[in-house]
Design a protein around this ligand. Structure first.
Ligand code: BGC
Length: 241
């Protein structure tokens, strides 16, 4: 986003030094950026985040809601706290941020010279909005809920020229799934689920987000863009069916 010319606020919950490093690298390349600490599962934190954006940049045009966690457990061992925590961050957190964003878009008003849309919301879903995932009931439910939140918001807000879409990543090399790709054995197992033959990089998702945020995708409304190397194509069916 920074390379594409956006001023960026980097929200973090606990990893201040990574956030500050990213801000420094954006500034070194001539961009405007700052870091802000907010736990998106806490509505007051989200309100503070959007106040800070308004103060620094005068407003907000694009929100990429991408906070997500996993607390994996077999179904009967999953505690209520593990269930709730994942829903609070992965679903309610994205709802709260999106709501704050839409209120900001309305306050600011539309400047067609800036963008064809009044504002853009990009949710971060997952292939698991569609693919059931044993041992991850909380996560799969949060992501499938996010799909319907995205579609409902898109339908409701499109007449105001607010575009709401989602990116559904497959397996991307981040901390959330490190155990699934870090060792050669784990990575070989994971690759059986990815027809394209490589595990995704964060940049694969970032490029999709930049496109969804730009006027190049102005007619894309209420869509989920899968960035998954073909994980949604049921690769096991290559071997029979
Ligand atoms: C999960 C990852 C997983 C991927 C594909 C993502 O949403 O966070 O842990 O590797 O889906 O299953």
């Amino acid at each position: 986003m920074g390379e594409a010319g956006a001023s960026v606020v980097v929200n973090y919950r606990s990893d201040q030094s990574s956030a500050e490093q990213l801000v420094a690298s954006l500034k070194n390349r001539g961009g405007q950026a700052f870091a802000y600490q907010a736990d998106v599962s806490k509505p007051d934190d989200c309100a503070g985040l959007f106040d800070a954006v308004a103060e620094h940049f005068g407003g907000v045009d694009i929100v990429v809601a991408d906070a997500g966690i996993q607390r994996d457990k077999p179904f009967t061992e999953m505690s209520l706290a593990e269930w709730q925590q994942v829903l609070e961050v992965n679903l309610t957190g994205q709802f709260v941020c999106a709501q704050a964003a839409v209120r900001c878009f309305r306050r600011q008003g539309h400047d067609p010279g800036r963008s064809k849309a009044l504002g853009k919301v990009i949710f971060t879903s997952s292939v698991h909005q569609e693919i059931p995932w044993a041992g991850h009931a909380n996560y799969a439910v949060a992501k499938s809920g996010l799909k319907m939140l995205m579609q409902t918001m898109a339908q409701e807000l499109a007449p105001e020229k607010i575009r709401v879409n989602a990116i559904a990543p497959g397996a991307i090399k981040t901390d959330i799934n490190r155990a699934a790709w870090e060792t050669p054995a784990a990575s070989a197992k994971l690759l059986k689920l990815i027809p394209y033959g490589r595990i995704g990089e964060p940049e694969d998702v970032a490029q999709a987000a930049v496109w969804l945020a730009s006027d190049a995708s102005d007619y894309v409304v209420g869509t989920t863009l899968f960035v998954d190397g073909g994980m949604m194509l049921y690769p096991k069916f290559r071997e029979g069916g």
